[in-house]
Design a binder for this molecule. Structure first.
Ligand code: ZN
Length: 520
């Protein structure tokens, strides 16, 4: 069977690329290559490749692979994959070898300039530059071609593993340090992060390592901040306590005396925010990915800190409060207390006891702090309607005594939510799914299946994309979702492997991995 490729053209003009992708996208091609980029690669115009690829990707069908024509340098693979390119083709391994050039993930080197072979492939491990140079030309070319292919194949494996580990961004950021043109391309990508956020799966568990100024705008971190702005339940309080992050996790261990006091108060009385280089982390959501998993160095660059500051100001503008108590301590974010003080009424404290004394005298007998955490988590995941689940009479929240993390939530002795320890996120059991439906969970978290396939799902089998009849385009892959039949009867709960638009476009593959069903 022959595959047909529908190449997207348009040179360096983003509008032409969009037009071309739109037109080609309506035709039923198997693969969509991005054409005309080899001259850009040869001139190191990687930023232009990012621009035109992103423009094309906006309009290509989500169920078809994208091919980056002529992308043969292993230095580019991670970045191309991050852009959403699925495969490459190139004769570079041979063309470079004929000129004595060796491909590396960090760039290109000339054999005749080497005193050492900078590689662990079978060719380089067994010989020396002098020995290679002494070979007849065709043998030398063959050896270098083999080296180039070994290096390329190994990098492809690294890229695939990084995708599986949720670490592709770090790999691309690392490779971007190999050449200023690649760093510029990464910066262009960072400025267009909205497009990448849409396709970046939610609910990852991997650690996020600070690699430089691009980290703060990574999809996971941008999404965390946006969700707090959109979904944080507590908007009015007496005292807002700001605790700068000293880089240790969990956050609450670094301020345990203050947290113990906050636990006795209602959110209307006191809200506590950790102020980190990635932005603000409300105490209720401290265990949620990526807050808990984000690792910064002690010295953070000014651009990152500038973003953190503007994020703090956005959160402060969102909450109405009487005063701020700023717990001063050595932290990269502590320097912004002056900026905040110039806008808001603020008390600075330097010890836990001073901080507690600066709070207003406690108004409530019992603050039900565990329900407060649950409400914040429910709304963070599924939006405002589901927050009221925390009000259900008889709900029990079971915590880990050592970490303060929610373990599970029960109602009438039945578990309705469990928490994934690595992500800090809730997963509903079947009973929990019913409760989410009763509380009018947003449509985007509901996947409707064909009748026959529905029976399959009800037995705990995966929900296949080809049987999905309705899914919302604003559903992100990785969300915890409910699978229902055409009568809106719950069939199962699980994790979406595809986004809503992918579920509708794909004719094969799994749409939702079912975690709980009536028969499982
Ligand atoms: Zn080698």
């Amino acid at each position: 069977e022959m595959m047909l490729a529908g190449t997207v053209q348009g040179g360096i003009f983003e509008d032409l690329r969009e037009q071309s992708a739109q037109a080609m996208g309506t035709l039923d091609f198997d693969v969509y290559p991005i054409g005309g980029v080899v001259p850009l690669m040869e001139m190191y115009r990687y930023a232009d490749i990012v621009r035109v690829t992103l423009a094309a990707k906006k309009h290509l069908p989500p169920d078809r692979p994208v091919h980056l024509f002529g992308c043969g340098h292993p230095m580019l693979f991670a970045q191309a994959a991050l852009l959403g390119c699925d495969f490459f083709d190139s004769a570079s391994y041979a063309k470079f070898a004929e000129k004595g050039r060796m491909l590396l993930t960090t760039g290109t080197v000339h054999l005749n300039e080497l005193t050492e072979l900078p590689c662990e492939c079978p060719i380089c491990s067994k010989t020396t530059p002098e020995e290679l140079m002494a070979l007849p030309k065709d043998e030398k070319d063959l050896a270098l071609m083999c080296h180039n292919l070994y290096v390329s194949a190994a990098e492809m494996r690294r890229v695939r593993q990084a995708i599986a580990d949720g670490k592709l961004f770090e790999l691309a950021a690392l490779r971007a340090r190999s050449h200023p043109a690649l760093l510029e391309a990464l910066q262009v990508m960072s400025k267009n992060m909205d497009q990448l956020v849409e396709s970046d799966p939610f609910g990852k568990s991997s650690s996020i390592f600070y690699t430089g100024a691009e980290t703060a705008v990574r999809p996971e971190i941008s999404r965390f901040h946006d969700r707090i702005l959109e979904r944080y339940p507590f908007r009015t309080t007496g005292t807002l306590v700001i605790v700068p992050d000293i880089g240790e996790r969990p956050f609450s261990d670094t301020a345990s005396t203050i947290i113990a006091e906050v636990r006795t108060r209602t959110p209307e009385d006191t809200i506590l925010l950790f102020f980190t280089p990635m932005g603000t982390v409300p105490w209720e959501l401290e265990h949620v990915h990526p807050a808990q998993q984000c690792i910064f160095s002690k010295d953070v660059d000014p651009q990152t800190l500038g973003i953190a500051k503007s994020r703090l100001l956005e959160i402060l503008a969102m909450i109405s409060f009487n005063k701020i108590v700023w717990f001063e301590r050595e932290s990269p974010t502590n320097q912004f207390s002056k900026d905040v003080e110039s806008i808001y009424k603020m008390i600075r404290t330097t010890s836990a006891s001073e901080t507690i004394n600066a709070l207003e005298s406690s108004k409530s007998e019992s603050s039900e702090w565990h329900l407060r955490k649950l409400r914040a988590l429910l709304m963070y995941q599924w939006g405002s309607n589901t927050g009221n689940i925390a009000n259900i009479e008889g709900l029990q929240v079971v915590f880990s005594r050592s970490t303060g993390k929610i373990r599970h939530v029960t109602l009438k002795n039945e578990i309705i939510f469990t928490v994934v320890p690595t992500t800090g996120l809730l997963t509903p059991t079947f009973a929990g799914g019913e409760i989410l439906l009763q509380h009018n969970i947003d449509d985007r978290f509901i996947i409707t299946m064909e009748k026959d396939a529905g029976e399959f799902v009800a037995k705990g089998k995966s929900a296949l994309a080809k049987f999905v009849i309705d899914a919302k385009s604003n559903l992100t892959a990785g969300e915890e979702v409910l699978v229902v039949d055409e009568e809106q009867q719950l069939l199962g709960t699980g994790r979406a492997l595809l986004s809503g638009s992918e579920m509708l476009a794909f004719n094969r593959g799994v749409a939702v991995v079912i975690r709980h069903s009536p028969q499982r």
